[in-house]
Design a protein. Structure first.
Length: 287
C-alpha cells in the first residue's frame, strides 16, 4: 500500500464529518446512488442488510449525518462511526474495529465516478458497511476481526487475514430460503456487481471454507471471479472463533490459489463459465 499521510492531526486519524458543509450537488449524488441501489437490492440483498438500511434510515434524502446514525447504531450494537479522511493504516483500522468503531470516509464521489471509484467513499462506507453493523452477530464479527487483525499484524499474517475480509465483509454472499443474497459491502455499493454476482454465469459461487478463502488471491480492479457463500452470520462468527495461529502456520506451507480456481474439495454452488465478461470487467466502488 502507498504511504498514507495523517491529515487529521489526531493519533486515531479521526476528523469531524462537518455535515453542514456538504453541497446540494453532493447530497444529490448520494440520492442518485441510493435510489438505484435500493431498487436493485430489494430482491438481491440479505434480509439483515435491508433491515439495517430501514432501521438506520440511511437515507433517500442525502448524505447522512453520522451523529444521527450513531444514535441508532449505538442503541442497536454499541458500534460507532468515526469519520476519517480516507484510507488509514492497518493498525489504526484494526484498533478502531476492535473497539467497535467503524472508520468511514466523508467525501462523496463525483458524478463522473458514479459507477466506478477506486477508493472507498462515504457511499461505500456508510451505505455499504453500516447497515450490517446494526446486526448483533455481524457487529461481533467485526470487533473480533479488528482484534484478529492486530494479532495477524504481529504474526506476519495480514495477507491471509485480509483475504477473509475481502471475501466476506466486502464481497460475501449468503444462502437464504429464497436463494443467494448479497451481504458484501463492495457489492451492495456497486450497481454492476450487484447484478453480476448473482445473475451472471461467469463467476464461481462456492461454499465458504475459512482456510480455503485465506489461500485465495483476489482482484481489486475487476468483478470477482469467485464468491464465497455463507449459510448464516453465526456460521461465519463460529468459523473464526478459534485461535488462528495454527491456521497461519499451515497456510504458510500451502500454495496460494488463483481467484478463479475450483478445487475438487470445494462445495460448488455454481461453477463459473469463466472469463467471457465483455464490457463488465471493471469493479465499481470497492474498497
Ligand atoms: N480468531 C481469530 C484469531 O485468533 C481472530 C478473528 C476473528 C479473525 C474473527 C477474523 C474474524 O486470530
Ligand atoms: Co469497504
Amino acid at each position: 500500500m502507498a504511504t498514507l499521510v495523517n491529515r487529521s492531526g489526531r493519533p486515531d486519524w479521526s476528523i469531524d464529518q462537518d455535515w453542514a458543509a456538504y453541497s446540494k450537488e453532493e447530497h444529490g449524488i448520494w440520492r442518485t446512488l441510493f435510489a438505484r441501489q435500493a431498487k436493485l437490492l430489494r430482491d438481491r440483498a440479505a434480509p439483515e442488510f435491508l433491515d439495517g438500511v430501514a432501521r438506520l434510515g440511511v437515507a433517500a434524502d442525502g448524505i447522512p449525518d453520522f451523529r444521527r446514525l450513531n444514535d441508532v447504531l449505538g442503541r442497536a450494537t454499541g458500534f460507532q462511526i468515526v469519520a476519517v479522511p480516507g484510507l488509514v493504516p492497518d493498525d489504526i483500522f484494526f484498533e478502531h474495529l476492535a473497539h467497535r468503531r467503524f472508520p468511514s470516509t466523508c467525501f462523496i464521489r463525483t458524478n463522473e465516478q458514479l459507477d466506478y471509484i477506486e477508493e472507498p467513499d462515504v457511499f461505500h462506507d456508510i451505505f455499504g458497511h453500516v447497515p450490517l453493523l446494526v446486526n448483533p452477530v455481524f457487529a461481533d464479527y467485526m470487533e473480533a476481526y479488528g482484534k484478529g487483525g492486530l494479532k495477524a499484524l504481529k504474526q506476519g499474517a495480514l495477507h491471509q487475514l485480509a483475504r477473509l475480509y475481502w471475501y466476506t465483509v466486502e464481497f460475501g454472499l449468503i444462502a437464504t430460503k429464497a436463494g443467494l443474497r448479497i451481504y458484501g459491502s463492495g457489492i451492495v455499493s456497486s450497481k454492476g456487481e450487484s447484478v453480476y454476482c448473482l445473475d451472471h454465469a461467469g463467476p464461481n459461487r462456492l461454499g465458504f471454507d475459512l482456510l480455503r478463502v485465506m489461500r485465495t488471491k483476489y482482484r481489486i480492479d475487476a468483478f470477482q471471479e469467485t464468491y464465497f457463500v455463507i449459510d448464516s452470520f453465526a456460521q461465519l462468527f463460529d468459523a473464526t472463533l478459534a485461535d488462528f495461529t495454527p491456521y497461519y502456520e499451515a497456510l504458510a506451507k500451502l500454495p496460494e490459489l488463483e481467484a478463479g480456481a475450483v478445487l475438487p474439495t470445494d462445495r460448488v454452488i455454481h461453477r463459473g463459465a469463466g472469463k467471457k465478461r465483455r464490457g463488465i470487467t471493471r469493479n465499481p466502488a470497492v474498497a
